[in-house]
Ligand binder design. Sequence first.
Ligand code: PNS
Length: 163
Amino acid sequence: MLRAVYPGSFDPVTNGHIDIMERSSKFVNTLIVAVLDNPEKKSLFTVEERVAQLKEVTKHLPNVEVRSFYGLLVDFCRQVDAKLVIRGLRAVTDFEYEFKMALGNRKLNEDVETIFISTSTKYMFISSSTIKEIAMFGGSVEDMVPQYIKNCLDEKFKSREEK
Ligand code: PNS
């Protein structure tokens, strides 16, 4: 049984992330989408909100589980009995960061392998941070996130304006 972990901040999940989940869930038995719970990092959505959003947008993928994790990714992999980590690569600019992380994880636990999936070209320019910026200033994030996430962004920025 092949179990893989797809970790990230997912603040928020984008169509690019969902594309990676759809494609990788086809070749593993179980894909565990793992949301990093990092109290040090300022995020727009709480970890609970991100987990709920991910559950909603992966409803069509029966072998996908959504969890949060705190601490080292390799420790989480051990807890959930997964030896494969999946990461998406958009462009060469992602490479150095991803490569360092993969090497670091392998140093921490040589049983955990990282594999990279190249993004589909239509999602190459999408990132959670650009989406947050566009949504914050009222721009259109259509085609970049599912409608459900668009609504969450609208609600979040509306409630911030009201404060
Ligand atoms: O979506 P992101 O922010 O690029 O995801 C980064 C993430 C969550 C995969 C990475 O920060 C991570 O795995 N953090 C957990 C801490 C850890 O294991 N650090 C050692 C890496 S060598």
